[in-house]
Write a new protein. Structure first.
Length: 221
């Protein structure tokens, strides 16, 4: 059995992908400790888990606690859940960028962030623009092993009701069969696949900095 030695920092453990990823971390012998930073509790305890319930919009005020080996940021909201654009930006831009700044400050060399396919700082679409600006700001911190994942629509079942998203997922199940070649990156992707890819990327060498959805599938399956 591989000796446990690393400490993981996880942002977004109460979300769909974050929850699945946490389960993988708990089962992975590479990690001895998992530090969770979130607004609400995951609802259970584990010998590996060190849970910090904080205001994530003030993450930078908790720098003394923000120490470890690998940072995984699964933070993300939606237009329906966060209709106010200022609040949306504070979450989707502010939290990952704060994590990158703390990684640099505390000399944490591995940073893996979930962004989105279509992220583009020059986009006329507000949500794509914010993701693109976030990526640019994160990379500007020059954390040594920074990887940004750009998944397409994430499948799976969420606890909260998102009717529009559910309907779109049903449509995508049909279209996935015809999205081939250069269009393959637009196929929906399962959160388990993203989580598996994140584990692999944190513990193996990879030259890619931004990884689109089809490449995430290759790594995570």
């Amino acid at each position: 059995m591989k000796e446990s030695r690393k400490t993981a920092i996880l942002l977004g453990a109460t979300g769909l992908t974050g929850g699945i990823f946490l389960d993988l971390l708990l089962k992975n012998d590479t990690y001895a400790k998992i530090k969770l930073f979130s607004r609400s509790s995951i609802g259970f305890t584990h010998e590996k888990i060190e849970e910090h319930l904080i205001d994530l919009l003030a993450l930078e005020t908790h720098s003394a606690l923000f120490t470890g080996d690998d940072i995984f940021c699964c933070i993300g909201t939606t237009k329906s859940k966060t209709p106010d654009k200022d609040t949306y930006k504070k979450i989707d831009f502010g939290i990952p960028v704060a994590a990158a700044k703390l990684a640099k400050q505390n000399k944490i060399s591995t940073l893996i962030i979930i962004s989105a396919l279509g992220a583009d700082a020059k986009s006329s679409v507000f949500y794509n623009k914010i993701k693109g600006e976030m990526e640019h700001a994160v990379l500007a911190e020059n954390v040594k092993n920074t990887t940004i994942l750009q998944p397409s629509l994430i499948g799976g079942h969420r606890s909260e009701k998102r009717v529009g998203e559910w309907l779109f997922k049903q449509v995508m199940k049909v279209f996935n069969f015809i999205l081939i070649g250069t269009l393959a990156k637009y196929k929906s992707i399962e959160p388990q696949t993203i989580a598996e890819a994140m584990i692999w990327l944190a513990n193996n060498d990879c030259e890619m900095i931004r990884i689109e959805s089809d490449q995430i599938k290759k790594i995570g399956t």
